[in-house]
Ligand binder design. Sequence first.
Ligand code: HEM
Length: 175
Amino acid sequence: MKGTIPKCLEEMVRARHGQETWDRVKAAAGLARWHTFLTTEDVSDQMVTDLFGTAAKTLGMPLQQVMDDFGMHWSTVYAPDIYGVYFRRASNAREMLLSMSEVHRVTTGKVPNSAPPRFDYEWLDEDTLRMTYRSERGLAALMPGLIRGVGAHFRERLEVERRGDDMIVRFLGEA
Ligand code: HEM
């Protein structure tokens, strides 16, 4: 996978817990002190999964909490900065989430051997969307935080319930 996910994890840990804590995560993960992730580099899927686990252990936090914090940071700080065009194109959280298959296709389209996640959508009622994660990587646990972050970015109230690879998103209006 591209280094963009570990890069964002690095930025989230540094922003919320400080550089010194990130240095400890790196040491625990066996990475050099000077190491920093690049968005363009290739990082093995295993390494990314392990890094979340190492971060959780080092921070003394549940893994899901680290994944939720990652998702919030991705959708409200990191991605609006480096992928801002996709946020500006959408006028609300619904449009943003519905554009995600296309955005992942476009952002990874020219990348050799990339296998971006895809999403299927079904409206269960006019305010309830089922967004299904389709990827071999088994990172559905990142989805609730990423989706909550999209709601926060657009200043909307929404609830996410994860049922395996299905995310049930209830749009509750403006925050
Ligand atoms: C502008 C917004 C976004 C951009 C540009 C973006 C881009 C990317 C990129 C480049 C990757 C790495 C893919 C690879 O190396 O093959 C990735 C991974 C991923 N993205 Fe996004 N993303 C965005 C928002 C989101 C949102 C809102 C969600 C969830 C609702 C999401 C879910 C995921 C997941 C779960 C992965 C991990 C890879 C996998 O499981 O296969 N992304 N994204």
